[in-house]
Design a protein around this ligand. Structure first.
Ligand code: PEP
Length: 251
């Protein structure tokens, strides 16, 4: 059975230890009865150990919302990929649009490499700020992919691409990407990955969608959008809305 991946990017929506513990524990109970969905929780760094402890002995993986381009050394305030790995983190989110404002393509490429070196799986976000009737957004996505993945190893590191159009993030379900547009972009991303890796490797890379997903639009995006899961922001920070998404995706 092909698994659906649902990753929750909590951003700074969850900031209390007790809230993180409760939400992670509720998800652990919920997901224990569901076989076709893998989940990742991405809390803010200070809550990583709380969430890791709460999801122990479950299929839930923990991810970091960002990662430093430096593995070690004199870099105050950064989150080292090596330290995250050692703290039990499995996934590194790289290239999120809320970070691209301060992180150049070169930094994103270095973050991907640091994550690979440390043995973290990479969830790479790509997405355009606006759609162009002439299709310039497709070239932008291609550039974001080829730059970030320039030195990505063909084997040994898990990679997921999260297509997150910036214009759809943090809005209402009605403003999310339309399934037909998402399907077109999924096909384009798959083709671009085939240029970067060989066809067999490219076929195995899951493509997720993120941007105003909730229980009301997730089913049609999954069945018509050509994606194998979702990166969820706001709706992942609340048990009711997260479970609505899970229920709409479960077998
Ligand atoms: C995100 O920013 O990764 C995201 C998907 O946000 P939201 O679901 O809140 O639109």
């Amino acid at each position: 059975m092909k698994k659906i991946l649902i990753a929750g990017n909590w951003k700074l929506y969850v900031t209390e230890v007790e809230d993180a513990k409760n939400l992670a524990s509720q998800l652990k109970r919920k997901i224990s009865k569901i076989t076709n969905i893998d989940t990742v929780l991405m809390p803010t760094a200070p809550l990583i150990s709380t969430v890791s402890a709460a999801v122990k002995k479950s299929s839930i993986a923990v991810g970091a919302q960002t990662v430093s381009p430096f593995l070690d050394g004199a870099h105050t305030g950064y989150e080292s990929a090596a330290a995250l790995k050692s703290a039990g983190v499995k996934w590194a989110l790289v290239g999120h649009s809320e970070r691209r404002a301060q992180e150049s393509e070169d930094v994103i490429q270095a973050q991907v490499q640091a994550a690979v070196k440390a043995g973290l799986s990479v969830m790479l976000c790509v997405g355009e700020a606006e759609r162009d009737p002439q299709g310039a957004h497709f070239s932008l996505i291609e550039r974001q992919l080829s730059s970030a993945l320039a030195h990505f190893p063909a084997k040994g590191t898990k990679l997921v691409i999260a297509y997150e159009p910036v214009w759809a993030i943090g809005k209402s379900a009605a403003e999310a990407c339309k399934p037909a547009d998402l399907e077109e972009m999924s096909i384009f991303i798959r083709r671009a990955l085939t240029e970067l890796f060989d066809r067999t490797a490219a076929t195995k890379i899951p493509i997720l969608y993120g941007g105003s997903v909730d229980g009301s639009n997730v089913h049609e995006l999954l069945t018509q959008g050509g994606v194998s899961g979702f990166l969820v922001g706001r709706a992942s920070a609340n048990a009711k809305s997260l479970f609505e998404i899970i229920d709409a995706c479960k077998a």
